[in-house]
Design a protein around this ligand. Structure first.
Ligand SMILES: [Zn+2]
Length: 467
């Protein structure tokens, strides 16, 4: 079974063939840490994190780097507003990002390079681009001269005019051409800066990814991925810098881009004022619901994010957890969990998560219909194995139904105490008291079900979302 990926560079589905099967390399553009991220920025980390998992099943060594941009004008502005240095801002929000990713079930990449820890490599790359005639220094800046790279625009498929319009390029007296972009810029005393051959300054954004990818993964990498909003100018500029700094060597062999989130059909963006902050969503929804919704559409498609799609995601997971709850008595050991071949097959088809979830739903149905103990055990192991690769369904099913949100407000001990009182009331034939307890629980959205093995309780999905 071949892994096929849609390569933005060729605009085709291609078999993935790494340059060195002993060491597969992948770079994903990470966040600029000046605030909590909006949920759309979690999509590349979740989607390409899953790709890294899939690659690790197929190759002995995968080196996956996802950077942290910790020097940027937005960070400078946030630090100024807070009256602190940039380090206080970047360390705080990098930590929050890592915590939020962990809650989403995103594996930690092998390498998490920070831009500020690669200033020497960035300066070195600027120098080599100047030496090879692809960049020039002017008034404390270093600029990449796009006229020296005829392939400029190939990745994003843009014409020269489109690029000028799309980049809202700044016309500046120190530029030879308005499309030339900044590799290095001067810093005034109140801004973070490093000594360089061009005076005290700081890197432009694009150069950091080129420098960090080369440092950790090599001059030609297998996969470069990120949101499709980064294709131009960021990725286009990365291609120009890296290719020219490395004597024309191909920079990235496969380019992967994820689609954007929409809200009520409109792009989720700061300028439209409809962004949702991941950190806040994690307070209101189980992290697994967010992860599932982020994976539910094919990664190249837009993803509609709304209260409705969140409720649907929750309901689907509830259905699967319900089946697991009904088979909670079936023992399955961790080493019995095998990823079913159909799941891997779906993911190998350009990370087709909708197809993988269709398979998962089928596995849940099969488990639901299983009637002998061997079938129940095998099918439960298959469902859990599929969930393991996808980062879902690993919760204790009983606890799943008892959570209101990640920051649960209902104390299970309180529920258990009331249920014990209810058992006692019923034993004493005090049915008024028993009903009263049921009502108290119901007012908190807790549904109780009396069964042969005792009383189960769960939080109703509709009330599971804390407003
Ligand atoms: Zn980047």
């Amino acid at each position: 079974m071949n892994l096929r990926l849609h390569n933005s560079l060729t605009r085709r589905l291609e078999d993935f063939v790494p340059q060195n099967p002993q060491r597969v390399t992948m770079y994903v553009c990470g966040p600029t840490v000046y605030n909590y991220i909006h949920v759309g920025n979690a999509r590349p980390a979740v989607v390409f994190g899953l790709l890294a998992r899939l690659l690790r099943r197929r190759y002995s060594e995968v080196v996956y780097a996802r950077n942290i941009t910790d020097v940027d004008d937005k960070i400078n502005a946030a630090a100024k507003e807070a009256g602190t240095g940039i380090e206080a801002i970047t360390s705080r929000f990098a930590r929050a990002y890592h915590e939020d990713m962990a809650r989403l079930g995103v594996d930690v990449p092998d390498i998490v390079p920070h831009a500020t820890e690669h200033i020497a490599e960035i300066i070195g790359m600027c120098e080599s681009l100047i030496a090879s005639g692809h960049a020039y220094a002017a008034e404390g800046h270093v600029l990449f001269e796009i006229a020296t790279f005829p392939e400029y625009g190939q990745l994003s498929g843009r014409s020269a005019e489109d690029m000028l319009a799309g980049a809202r390029v700044e016309v500046a007296p120190y530029k030879r051409s308005p499309g030339d972009f900044v590799l290095w810029k001067p810093s005034s005393d109140d801004l973070p800066g490093w000594d360089s051959p061009w005076g005290r300054g700081r890197p432009g954004w694009h150069i950091e990814c080129s420098a960090m990818a080369a440092t950790h993964l090599g001059e030609t990498i297998d996969i470069h991925a990120g949101g499709n909003d980064l294709m131009f100018p960021h990725h286009e500029n990365e291609v120009a810098q890296s290719t020219c700094a490395h004597g024309g060597k191909l920079f990235a062999r496969y380019w992967l881009h994820n689609g954007m989130l929409t809200f009520a059909g409109r792009k989720m963006s700061k300028s439209l004022g409809n962004v949702m902050i991941l950190h806040e969503l994690l307070e209101r929804y189980p992290a697994e619901v967010l992860r599932f919704l982020l994976l539910r559409a094919h990664y190249r498609q837009p993803l509609e994010w709304s209260e409705d799609t969140l409720a649907q995601a929750r309901a689907t997971l509830d259905g699967w957890y319900r089946v697991l709850l009904d088979h909670a008595d079936v023992p399955v050991e961790g080493d019995e969990l095998q990823v079913p071949e159909e799941i891997e097959q779906a993911l190998c088809d350009d990370l087709n998560t909708p197809a993988a979830f269709a398979v998962l739903a089928g596995l849940a149905d099969q488990l639901r219909q299983a009637d002998d103990s061997q079938a129940r055990r095998q099918r439960k192991a298959a469902l859990l194995g599929a969930g393991l690769l996808l980062g879902l369904l690993q919760d204790n099913p009983e606890q799943w139904f008892q959570q209101t949100s990640a920051g649960s407000e209902i104390d299970p001990a309180w529920v258990d105490e009331l249920l014990a009182q209810r058992v006692a009331a019923r034993a004493a034939r005090d049915f008024a008291r028993a009903d009263e307890i049921r009502k108290t629980l119901s007012e908190r959205g807790i549904v109780i079900e009396d069964g042969a093995t005792g009383t189960r309780w769960r939080v109703e999905a509709a009330s599971a979302v804390v407003p």
